[in-house]
Design a protein around this ligand. Structure first.
Ligand SMILES: [Zn+2]
Length: 454
């Protein structure tokens, strides 16, 4: 199968910052085989052609932090700090099961696809006993929707009775966690080029996982050659917790556990001092920046410009829908730019750099920069084609500014490994109306379960 997209503007997002005002992308099978200005090379007359006039082609977006299950608990705890929000929601999440997880994951992944995302991770850390295989449920959802997926087997073993934040009913035993995580790697992890499914190891946070679990998780990930993920330095409350319990900042604590390294990416990293930023750069530790969620919870603004300056990979994440009811990745590009400028002035983050966060930088966070994140021959054909000739964008001075600074652009086409997943704004792999109906039912059921067992 050969597909030619032509006549579109192109933002390649390669190291040279290549752009074309009008050009072509040729896709053969799952890979990009040619990209350039003007018309395609000769000999492709019998290929399928997409008229890209009026559109901008970018790499498919990469989502570096999510909790899909939270789709069912949107709109709750609206004025809470992170710790208040967690304490209110943990007992609801404790009633999750595999069917509810499937409905939530389909909704969250559909929203991502419709916002131009071709690769997403999910950080799942709530595993109530005897409620089915929740990780397998979200893998099934990703397979249905057609996104490249990195399920991260999360975990919590530090319950309230031992000084942690979550109630004891939602934490697991450490040996149980490690065995289940290894089983998830055995069952789902595919390390090959072009993989649709890669597992990472992801204990939840310094206030919900013990140091022993953090250490053992790192050892397991490195023994199996998979990546490591957790939350870090999200709020001032977390910093106070770490100083009191460990006598260190969250970043110093993680560094001592061997967690600052180039096989690790960390969500949030809002509260980092200068030495922590330098350590992230020196070690190549990645950051999943989640601007809407941080703003929703009033957590603060991450030092994105400083991290980039230090050389740390910085990707974008929508974070869980309970703290970002939108769940759309393109919106985070604009939000990241605006918040970086609130913090550091109008030159803190350019539109092009913001687009890079959502593409090649995200690919670096997931360890896939050789496969994804730019429109270059040999890479996977994960391509987003945005329509920019309507009222919202047609007269904006340059197409990248139109995409990043303008209103959410209509998605003309989303390819994942050469396969169309969205066409003219329509999801081809599932019905959003059915997904919305199922998610609404699942959300009601979860809230009822939580109410009756309170
Ligand atoms: Zn999170």
């Amino acid at each position: 199968m050969t597909l030619v997209i032509q006549g579109c503007a192109l933002a390649v997002v390669d190291p040279a910052g290549t752009e074309h005002a009008a050009g072509h992308v040729v896709v053969e099978g799952e890979r990009i085989t040619a990209v350039g200005p003007g018309g395609p090379p000769p000999g492709l007359e019998h290929a399928d052609h997409v008229d890209g006039r009026g559109c901008l082609a970018t790499p498919g977006l990469v989502n570096c932090h999510h909790h899909l299950y939270q789709w069912l608990t949107r709109g709750l705890a609206q004025q809470s700090t992170l710790f208040e929000w967690l304490v209110e929601l943990y007992p609801v999440w404790a009633r999750l099961d595999a069917d509810l997880e499937l409905a939530a994951a389909r909704a969250g992944l559909a929203a991502l696809a419709l916002s131009g995302c071709s690769t997403s991770m999910d950080h799942h850390y709530v595993f109530p006993r005897g409620r089915g295989d929740l990780l397998a449920a979200e893998v099934e959802a990703a397979c249905d929707i057609g996104l490249r997926f990195h399920p991260c087997r999360g975990s919590m073993d530090l319950g309230r009775s031992r000084g942690g934040l979550p109630p004891d009913e939602v934490v697991e035993d450490r040996d149980e966690v490690l065995a289940a995580t290894e089983a998830a790697i055995d069952r789902h992890h595919d390390p090959s080029f072009g993989s649709m499914l890669r597992v990472a190891v992801a204990p939840c946070s310094p206030f919900s996982a013990t140091a022993e679990l953090m250490r053992d998780s790192a050892a397991l990930a490195r023994r199996r050659g998979v990546r490591l993920h957790t939350h870090l330095a999200e709020t001032a409350d977390e910093e106070a917790f770490c100083r009191e319990r460990f006598g260190r900042t969250p970043a110093e604590y993680l560094d001592d556990l061997g967690w600052l390294a180039d096989d690790v990416w960390l969500a949030h990293c809002v509260h980092l001092d200068r030495s922590a930023v330098a350590r992230f750069g020196a070690t190549g530790t990645g950051v999943a920046h989640c601007p809407s969620s941080n703003a929703r919870l009033g957590a603060g603004i991450a030092p994105v410009a400083d991290l980039l300056e230090a050389g740390a990979p910085v990707g974008l994440g929508v974070d869980g829908p309970a703290s970002n009811e939108s769940g759309q990745l393109l919106a985070e590009v604009r939000q990241a730019l605006l918040l970086a400028r609130v913090r550091g002035g109008p030159a803190a983050l350019t539109a092009r750099r913001a687009l890079a966060l959502a593409t090649i930088e995200g690919a670096r966070c997931l360890g896939r920069q050789e496969e994804l994140g730019s429109l270059e021959p040999g890479k996977l054909a994960d391509v987003a084609l945005w329509r920019l000739d309507g009222l919202g964008h047609a007269d904006v001075a340059d197409p990248v500014a139109a995409l990043v600074l303008g209103p959410p652009a209509p998605l003309e086409l989303l390819l994942v490994g050469g396969r169309p997943v969205v066409e003219r704004g329509e999801l081809l792999t599932a019905s959003p109306a059915v997904i919305a109906r199922d998610a609404r039912r699942a959300s009601r059921r979860l809230l009822e379960l939580a109410e009756t067992t309170r």
